[in-house]
Design a protein around this ligand. Structure first.
Ligand SMILES: Nc1ncnc2c1ncn2[C@@H]1O[C@H](COP(=O)(O)OP(=O)(O)O)[C@@H](O)[C@H]1O
Ligand SMILES: [Mg+2]
Length: 228
């Protein structure tokens, strides 16, 4: 279970921007939560805080009953490594590595033995329908295939939470449906997922939808199919 209590984020740059304002959010284990909202509403800021890449300006973050808000950067990095799998719009694969090597990479950082790494990478790539593309490099794969490699990489270390920021933002319709189906299946197997998207169709496969508007989290956004 992860929980945010009164989380705000204020950027002090040339101008002061309140990106998040008093966010209260609890995500139980196994839930597939979608957060929707227009551009600039604070979605990526929220994702970075949930993913332990950034800290709130005020408020608290609890993970499994432990408040992590004031942990040191080194401790947060360790927790992030063990607990969070990220998927981004831009795939962020290493261009010189094969699909298999990309998926193995986070396990290298965790000092998993080579044979075990390879086994985990191959098993995830096969599960995501890429058993025949394991030795391909990113530029030899379609966008949808690259994103599936990124999902495999995020999941290879069995993270507690899969965090995805606009994972279908760079994909064509068929690949978007593909990725949505994968997320639905992962949720069915018990994976906790926080998905940030402005793709209403994708959000509609989640267990719950919340809307972020000007840094404020609003109650359940209506599923696209019910909007009128
Ligand atoms: N590093 C930053 N410094 C200053 N302002 C930022 C920074 N990152 C984001 N912002 C501002 O915070 C607000 C929310 O941004 P963001 O979380 O990226 O929104 P979204 O992902 O929903 O498009 C925007 O007004 C943006 O300009
Ligand atoms: Mg964003």
């Amino acid at each position: 279970m992860l929980q945010l209590n009164g989380v705000s984020k204020i950027y002090h740059g040339r101008v002061t921007t309140t990106a998040l304002s008093g966010i209260d959010l609890a995500v139980p284990d196994g839930e597939f939560l979608a957060i929707v909202g227009p551009s600039g509403s604070g979605k990526s800021t929220l994702m970075n805080i949930i993913g332990l890449l950034d800290r709130p300006t005020t408020g608290q973050y609890w993970m499994d009953g432990v408040e992590v808000t004031r942990w040191s950067d080194a401790h947060l990095a360790g927790l992030r490594n063990r607990s969070i799998g990220f998927v981004f719009q831009s795939f962020n694969l290493v261009p010189t590595l094969s699909a298999r090597e990309n998926v193995e990479l986070p396990l290298v950082y965790r000092s998993v033995a080579p044979r075990e790494r390879r086994r985990a990478a191959e098993s995830w790539l096969k599960r995501l329908g890429l058993g025949h593309r394991m030795d391909y490099r990113p530029h030899e794969l379609s966008g949808g295939q690259q994103q599936r490699v990124a999902v495999a990489r995020a999941l290879a270390g069995s993270p507690k939470i899969l965090l995805a920021d606009e994972p279908t933002g760079n994909l064509d319709d068929a690949s978007r449906r593909d990725v949505a189906k994968i997320f639905e299946e992962l949720c069915g197997s018990g994976q906790t997922i926080v998905l940030i998207t402005h793709d209403g169709q994708f959000a509609s496969v989640a267990d719950r939808r919340l809307r972020l508007v000007d840094g404020i989290l609003e109650q359940e956004a209506r599923a696209a199919s019910h909007a009128n």
